[in-house]
Design a binder for this molecule. Structure first.
Ligand SMILES: [Ca+2]
Length: 643
């Protein structure tokens, strides 16, 4: 039993981590300057090697050498493409004595594991110096979920060749992205409290001049209640739509982007749902991007685990600041009962109900089965008091976009009372996922191979990409990469120390996250460099501190202005709030060197206390104080001010 469970845990964890190693760029290691081809390039060493003597730029290239015409091997990289965008793929190729074919590049598309189609530019043969090879621009065919870019030689080709300076470029992105900033959460407006609708529209670089946005508000009978036309520009457009007094009911806000001849360039519909105050769900997201449970703001403090979590483990969590569990596997009522008995809530995973990926349930054989399996499950658990949210997507790529939207729509229809959460691993394109979930997050796992600042940088990008219209719940590394040898090219790792874990969590919080989840409980139980009994008390201490300050963090009272003079301390991040009768300033030093900061506040200081040490500080003058933060330290000041 134990053995089976471990395998299960490992398999699920791997799914989540396999793709996390890739970063924001479209291709990894496109110039072959990294130390090894793996993990980004899958290339058979029989014919593919890094060559440090021949290269177009930098200090290396990819060499292909083949004497056996029966040997037909590819070097490839899996990539994520957006169905709404158009791309090109190009490379430089040098050849030597290439015969019976040519050396080239290609992009191949797959529907699940089934080959769908590809784009195959003509390549280079004979002996040629560096030659540019490029595909025509292409889009993702319908139904395709995966794509590979390839460097290879056609079947039966022999000789030697080099590849360098590859580029996969998005030549035309989706022209319009839009989100409601009010009412942001599922378009919910409480009748009688309505105010102007606030819409953010982001328009691509290739927007024609004199484009305009036609906006109509339609009621459930498709009667136009309101209509307006706005001129728009490239980039961000914030548009206000005056709210007429609306009766309770469903409305559609229809956007049509047109050029100067009234040709439609794009369209989008946002749902508006006017409800009576008593109809608001007990669990929801408010307009400040906070989770509300029974009307009160709550900071989700969670851990990843799975549906087989034991009662002993739940008891352990109950005695900590953890208030929710994200459980991999198919959720069930008995799990919810057990969580409820331990005062914990569930983020229930339905992330696997997609056709055509590695973890698709075996009984899901056709795309229609997704709804047949997922919707009854959602309906069967939605009334359980331990339900907190639905987990819709764990790092699946953009090619699933139409189905992300469908799954989200099912949750909205089948369970209006719980938000939907998705975690992505490319924070720079999270705006594409705005209409696939109510809550978004990203999962930087930087240590020890990447800078610890990644935790804050990803959070900042994620918050910016959601237009402040979605709460951001961040996933924080609490595992050692050595637990994942297959995807860890360095084969080394290190569990974040107490100082590093605290630092990463507070980087997320100071950059705008309103929830955090640790990845993962099962990793903490198997990290090779620190045993669980030593680590868990350190973790609970950090989480208790987050919980202690969660009401101050989530407070929406207008805060004072606190600044650190520019040029000073770029490695500090800060969140300033006001709660009850004091101002709170949370500051993180992401540097491994001490940092001295001079803080300025726009209101006269009466007293300053540093909360993690309970130390009283003395202000430099009525509006300044100075403090030195140790390497990777987090300081939290409670400041009372004179009126
Ligand atoms: Ca190179």
């Amino acid at each position: 039993m134990m053995f089976n469970r471990r395998c299960f845990l490992f398999a699920l964890a791997l799914l989540s981590l396999i793709t996390s190693l890739t970063s924001a760029q479209l291709l990894e290691n496109p110039d072959f300057e990294a130390q090894s081809l793996s993990p980004h390039w899958l290339a058979n060493a029989k014919v593919y090697q890094l060559d440090h003597a021949t290269f177009r730029t930098g200090q290396s290239s990819l060499q292909w050498a083949n004497n056996d015409p029966r040997q037909y091997l590819h070097a490839r990289q899996d990539i994520e493409l957006d169905p709404a965008s158009e791309y090109t793929f190009e490379a430089w190729i040098k050849t030597q004595d290439v015969k019976d074919g040519y050396v080239t590049i290609a992009v191949e598309f797959y529907a699940g594991d089934r080959y769908h189609s590809g784009t195959y530019p003509k390549g280079v043969t004979g002996t040629e110096d560096w030659t540019h090879v490029k595909t025509d621009s292409f889009v993702l065919p319908q139904g395709v979920t995966r794509a590979h870019v390839m460097c290879y030689a056609r079947r039966s080709t022999t000789g030697k060749a080099w590849f360098d300076d590859l580029a996969l470029t998005e030549v035309k992105s989706q022209i319009m992205h839009s989100a409601l900033r009010y009412p942001a959460y599922r378009g919910l407006i409480t009748r009688g409290q309505q105010r102007d609708i606030n819409l953010r529209v982001k328009l691509a670089e290739h927007l024609p001049a004199d484009a305009s946005l036609n906006i109509q508000l339609l009621d459930h009978a498709n009667q136009v209640i309101q209509s307006q036309k706005n001129p728009v520009k490239k980039g961000i457009n914030d548009i206000t739509i005056q709210a007429a007094t609306l009766a309770a009911g469903l409305y559609n806000l229809q956007l049509r982007l047109t050029d100067d001849k009234q040709n439609e360039l794009a369209n989008m519909t946002h749902r508006i749902n006017v409800v009576e105050a008593w109809q608001l769900p007990n669990i929801m997201i408010d307009e400040h991007q906070r989770l509300l449970v029974d009307g009160k703001p709550v900071m989700p403090i969670g851990v990843y685990d799975n549906v087989n979590i034991t009662d002993d483990e739940l008891a352990l969590l109950q005695n900590s600041a953890v208030n929710c569990v994200l459980a991999y596997g198919v959720p069930n009522r008995s799990l919810l009962d057990r969580l409820d008995a331990h005062d914990l809530k569930l983020i229930a995973s339905v992330k696997d109900f997609f056709l055509g990926h590695k973890w698709t349930p075996k009984n899901l054989k056709h795309v229609d089965d997704e709804a047949k399996l997922m919707r009854p499950l959602v309906k069967s658990l939605r009334d359980h008091p331990a339900m907190l949210a639905w987990y819709l997507n764990d790092e699946l790529p953009l090619s699933y976009m139409d189905r992300f939207k469908a799954h989200y729509q099912w949750v909205i229809e089948d369970d209006p009372a719980h938000p939907a959460f998705s975690v992505l691993m490319r924070p720079h394109q999270i705006d594409r996922y705005l209409h696939t979930a109510d809550v978004l997050g990203s999962d930087p796992y930087p240590l020890p191979h990447k800078p610890i600042e990644l935790a804050g940088q990803w959070t900042q990008q994620t918050v910016a990409q959601t237009f402040n219209a979605r709460p951001v719940w961040q996933v924080v590394q609490a595992f050692n990469w050595q637990n994942y040898p297959k995807v860890n090219q360095n084969q080394t790792g290190q569990t974040p120390t107490q100082t590093q874990l605290r630092n990463m969590i507070w980087q997320c919080l100071t950059n705008g996250a309103n929830g955090i989840l640790l990845y993962s409980l099962y990793d903490m139980q198997r990290n090779p460099d620190i045993d669980f009994d030593t680590y868990w008390p350190q973790v609970t201490k950090i989480l208790a501190e987050v919980q202690q300050h969660s009401q101050a963090l989530l407070s929406i009272q207008s805060p004072p202005k606190v600044t650190i003079p520019s040029g000073d301390n770029p490695s500090l991040s800060m969140r300033v709030t006001r709660w009850q009768d004091a101002a709170y300033v949370f500051v993180v030093n992401t540097s491994d060197k001490p940092q001295t900061a001079n803080f300025q506040i726009n209101t006269p200081i009466k007293s300053i206390q540093e909360l993690s040490t309970e130390q009283t500080l003395t202000a430099t003058d009525s509006q300044h104080w100075q403090d030195t933060l140790k390497p990777l330290d987090v300081r939290m000041y409670r400041i009372t001010t004179n009126p």
